[in-house]
Design a protein around this ligand. Structure first.
Ligand code: FES
Ligand code: FES
Length: 192
């Protein structure tokens, strides 16, 4: 069930570069509040803090949004996966996930991409082991992890200006959108 509370207050967030005032109740987690305001690229897939799907950047740090009280984010800058690139110009990590066929159902991918971007920011040339360690709290029930790991290694090469290992050169796909998904966040036991 979503973590929601009473005593709603207005908090100020800068979300993907846009300053906004949102209402958050005491106990509301950040993932729920973001999704309620249309940022459904923030996924919620576990009972809190164990699947990595809800990862976002908060003031430049990777945080599991389901584990952070929204009111604690007051005044923060939030970046979700949708802001990393555009449909026509994906972030190299996003493009590498596409080109390496690392996306199946896609549910885990926002958190994986956020974590991968953070990794490559601090370690531009990681080993496969370092990639696996970085992604070890991002749960994926589809891919078996091999393709995402290959995608991150490919992205590292791309970001260093080296030739991509992807064979087809890539093609644009739909970036995460503010669509018509439910805005509720499990923060508990749903599998949405
Ligand atoms: S880690 Fe946040 S929903 Fe799983
Ligand atoms: S692609 Fe389906 S959970 Fe990772």
């Amino acid at each position: 069930m979503p973590k929601t509370g009473g005593n709603a207050v207005d908090i100020e967030l800068t979300i993907n570069g846009e300053r906004t005032i949102v209402e958050a109740g005491s106990g509301d987690d950040l993932a729920t509040v973001l999704r309620q305001h249309g940022y459904i690229d923030v996924k919620c897939g576990c009972d809190g803090g164990t699947c990595g799907a809800s990862k976002v950047f908060v003031d430049g740090d990777v945080r599991m949004a389901c584990e952070m009280e929204a009111t604690d984010a007051d005044g923060s800058e939030i970046q979700t996966v949708a802001a990393l690139g555009t449909q026509a110009d994906l972030h190299p990590v996003q493009q590498a996930f596409v080109d390496n066929f690392a996306v199946q159902c896609g549910f885990c991918i926002p958190g994986m991409v956020i974590q991968a971007v953070a990794l490559l920011d601090s370690n531009p040339d990681p080993t496969e082991r370092e990639v696996r360690e970085a992604l070890d709290d991002n749960v994926c029930r589809c891919t078996g992890y091999q393709k995402p790991v290959e995608a991150v290694l490919d992205a590292a090469q791309r970001m260093q200006g080296e030739q991509s290992v992807a064979a087809d050169g890539g093609h644009p796909v739909s970036a995460p959108t503010h669509g018509d998904e439910s805005t509720s966040c499990c923060g508990g036991d749903c599998d949405e």
